[in-house]
Design a protein around this ligand. Structure first.
Ligand SMILES: CCCCC/C=C\C/C=C\C/C=C\C/C=C\C/C=C/C=C/C(=O)SCCNC(=O)CCNC(=O)[C@H](O)C(C)(C)COP(=O)(O)OP(=O)(O)OC[C@H]1O[C@@H](n2cnc3c(N)ncnc32)[C@H](O)[C@@H]1OP(=O)(O)O
Ligand SMILES: Cc1cc2nc3c(=O)[nH]c(=O)nc-3n(C[C@H](O)[C@H](O)[C@H](O)COP(=O)(O)OP(=O)(O)OC[C@H]3O[C@@H](n4cnc5c(N)ncnc54)[C@H](O)[C@@H]3O)c2cc1C
Length: 672
């Protein structure tokens, strides 16, 4: 594989690490990309970005003012957007506009986020999923060609989670064949939508539909909010930016208020329901929640997005740990590389394994999603509840795990990990938002729990369950599993833990209703356990999927690649078994001796993976221009880069800052 040649000599410690690597790095890269041809395609697309000025910021993004950051991000988004529509989509195929490669290449332009991200990320998918064929023909080509720029305005100041509680109204007027959009209260302001504040000229709006005097619940509408020529907000629209946040600093998350704003009837997205000219409401969907489709789509894609973010953080922290030396172990011996500390390996190797676990699971989930879409095209919506349960818990757990692993990567880099130039704070704050947006962690796990409780009751009644919960058929009446210290044994024990926790939830709800509580209160009182049960189910799915997909995908691999991929998957199983010893003790016959043995094997495995650590992150093949890290570059020039970045601070533009003469000196002289 052609590695982009570093401009400088590689740090000697890092160079030695690469010599130790005992597997073919390119083979692993191909596995991660989904095949050799996909690697070639990714590199071609990255080359387009890198040959067209990506990454060329004279002043680092973080040193700019809020306005400058936004303006710089728009400038780069336009260059990038133009490349996407003219060159990159030609390579991926227009139908693959959501390809992770495009998203990843965007990182070559933006350390933080593009104000256009939600245009491709949510606006376009909503048009694809929610329009009639006529509406698709009208809007989609314009959106893909970026003649219009859109946002997804669902959340309001008062409601994000509870969509049915949204207050924006869309009232149909049959005389004018128009909907009147209105924000009746302060809490009905649309709030948060990415790109809405200053960038978008259109948005998709979720509003309560009223026709013939009746409310039919939330529906989606496409709304032009700004003049295409002047970009001024249209009369009846109040729109702006919501203010600085923890991350997302180069984007313009927006607010939006409607004052009796009129849109044509045809602007209701009518794939699943429509309002006839005379105001009659007609529902064609066989499932009540199809207007939530964009959220399901994004939840599915977020699992791969989490893999990408963990792989960035792991690459930075592992390369840095190979360069960094700290603390004498024995007098007069050289200080070891911090990567030699098992505690450091414990923080970091699980990140490599998790990136693989999420990548393989995301491909499997994507295929499941496609199969459900195909079913729905044929009018069968039976598989949707399982997809909703699966995408909800995988979104929740993958974003939450990614966040804590990325934080560990930052800890693993000590003080330098706190520097924005390391890129770890950017990655962390980007991922922190993912735990909340597209459905809060707890809320989504409770959605999965609803499905699991029903499935458990069906298993109890002897019904055959669908694939991801079929373990409940086998374990419904199992009490404690006989511990079996094999890989399959660990996976089975996680299924038994999940089944046990779900069963305990069902029992708690029944006990509470039997003692006179109504079902809603009994459910509410059990929600702490229900969240735990849904998380346990998700762990069982992740372990099982990672293990079986890894074995499938490495069937034709070389022996060394097979070995290292196998080691990572075993590490993942053992890590989680050791994290959940309390549950194992509760639901299986595992003994203290078994757990001690597991711990010993885990520590040995860390040592076995140690020589391949740098090779494994090199296999993620994240070019320096995408990684943006003073600590994680391919050449390992950590200290030189930290100094170079320090010199870029605007505070170093002059030797004495004017504040000295204005404030400090008068203070020193007692003249304030
Ligand atoms: C040019 C440059 C570009 C550069 C970029 C390049 C490329 C870009 C490409 C990709 C980008 C990738 C990512 C970017 C993405 C995002 C960035 C950030 C933006 C974030 C956006 C948002 O956050 S949008 C807002 C999201 N909001 C939510 O997720 C709200 C969460 N709440 C809910 O989903 C629901 O309200 C609920 C599920 C909690 C409850 O809903 P409710 O209607 O009240 O339902 P009930 O509880 O009554 O349930 C009834 C039954 O319905 C079932 N159900 C619920 N939801 C669904 C569903 N979605 N599908 C199927 N079924 C569902 C529920 O389970 C109940 O079933 P039962 O009755 O059978 O139990
Ligand atoms: C960076 C970012 C970008 C975003 N982009 C967009 C966008 O482009 N478009 C858009 O429409 N929205 C967007 N959002 C909004 C996002 O979707 C919501 O913030 C999210 O869905 C959570 O809703 P909320 O803020 O109302 O939180 P709340 O629901 O108020 O949650 C607050 C707390 O209450 C708890 N809680 C709430 N309901 C329940 C319940 N039923 N049971 C138990 N606990 C509960 C939660 O667990 C949480 O701890 C964005 C948000 C962020 C942070």
């Amino acid at each position: 594989m052609k590695i982009n040649k570093p401009k400088h000599d590689v740090n000697p410690d890092l160079a030695k690490e690469r010599l130790k690597c005992n597997f073919n790095i390119e083979e692993v890269t191909n596995i991660i990309d989904g095949g050799k041809d996909k690697t070639v395609q990714r590199k071609k697309i990255e080359d387009i970005a890198l040959n067209n000025g990506a990454s060329l910021d004279e002043v680092p993004e973080e040193c700019l003012s809020i306005k400058e950051r936004y303006e710089n991000a728009v400038r780069k988004s336009c260059v990038y957007g133009n490349l996407v529509r003219n060159e990159m989509l030609e390579i991926t195929g227009i139908e693959n506009f959501e390809s992770p490669v495009l998203r990843r290449t965007a990182d070559a332009f933006f350390k933080d986020i593009s104000p256009f991200m939600l245009h491709l990320g949510m606006f376009v998918p909503t048009l694809i999923g929610q329009c009639t064929p006529e509406q698709t023909a009208e809007w989609l080509p314009k959106a893909l060609d970026m003649q219009i720029i859109g946002a997804y305005a669902q959340t309001e100041l008062g409601h994000g989670t509870f969509i049915r509680g949204l207050e924006t109204t869309a009232t149909y007027n049959p005389e004018k064949e128009e909907f009147v959009l209105h924000s009746p209260t302060i809490t009905s302001y649309k709030w948060w939508a990415g790109g809405l504040g200053k960038t978008a000229n259109h948005c998709v709006v979720m509003a309560q539909l009223y026709t013939q005097g009746k409310c039919h619940g939330t529906h989606l509408f496409i709304v032009k909010i700004r003049d295409l020529d002047t970009h001024m907000p249209l009369p009846g629209i109040t729109v702006g930016e919501i203010g600085p946040r923890m991350g997302f600093s180069s984007a313009d998350n927006g607010f939006l208020r409607f004052d009796h704003f009129r849109i044509p009837r045809e602007n209701m997205l009518m794939k699943h329901a429509k309002v006839e000219k005379d105001g009659v409401y007609v529902k064609s969907a066989k499932h009540g929640k199809l207007t939530y489709g964009t959220m399901v789509f994004i939840r599915v894609t977020l699992v791969s997005e989490m893999s990408f973010n963990i792989s960035k953080a792991a690459t930075i922290a592992i390369r840095y740990s190979a360069v960094r030396r700290q603390t004498e172990l024995r007098p007069n011996e050289p200080e070891p590389q911090i990567l030699d500390y098992p505690t450091q390996q414990h923080k970091l190797f699980i990140c490599i394994a998790t990136a693989h676990a999420f990548q393989l699971t995301s491909c499997w989930l994507w295929n499941t999603f496609q199969a459900v879409l195909a079913d729905m095209k044929k009018g069968n919506v039976d598989t949707l509840p399982e997809l909703h349960a699966l995408s909800s818990c995988l979104k929740a757990v993958s974003t939450s795990d990614a966040l804590s692993h990325i934080e560990q990567c930052r800890f693993a880099c000590g003080g330098h990990g706190y520097m924005l130039s390391s890129n770890l704070p950017f990655i962390y704050s980007f991922v922190a938002a993912t735990r909340t947006y597209e459905g809060d962690y707890t809320v989504l796990l409770l959605q999965t729990a609803r499905f699991l409780v029903k499935a458990s009751e069906q298993a109890e009644a002897g019904k055959k369950l669908t694939q991801t919960v079929s373990y409940l058929n086998r374990t419904a009446n199992a009490d404690r599993l006989n511990w079996d210290n094999t890989h399959e044994g660990i996976i089975k024990s996680f299924q038994v833990i999940a089944a046990g926790k779900i069963g305990q939830c069902v029992k708690s709800i029944r006990d509470r209703t039997a003692s006179g509580m109504d079902y809603e209160d009994a459910w509410l009182m059990t929600t702490v356990q229900l969240v735990g049960a849904a998380e346990a189910h998700c762990r069982a799915v992740l372990l099982n999927t990672y293990w079986s997909e890894m074995r499938k995908i490495t069937e034709a691999s070389s022996a060394d690649v097979k070995k290292v991929m196998h080691q990572l998957a075993v590490l993942y199983l053992m890590y989680w078994a050791l994290e959940k010893t309390g549950d194992l003790l509760k639901y299986s016959s595992v003994s203290k001796k078994d757990l001690d043995e597991l711990q010993r094997r885990y520590e040995e495995l860390l040592a076995e993976l140690r020589p391949n650590a740098v090779g494994l992150v090199d296999a993620f093949d994240l070019r320096d221009e995408i990684l943006h890290s003073s600590l994680g570059s391919y050449d390992g020039r950590v200290y030189e880069r930290l100094i170079e970045e320090a010199h870029k601070s605007p505070l170093n533009d002059e030797p004495v800052n004017q504040s000295f003469h204005k404030y400090t000196k008068p203070l020193m002289l007692g003249k304030l």
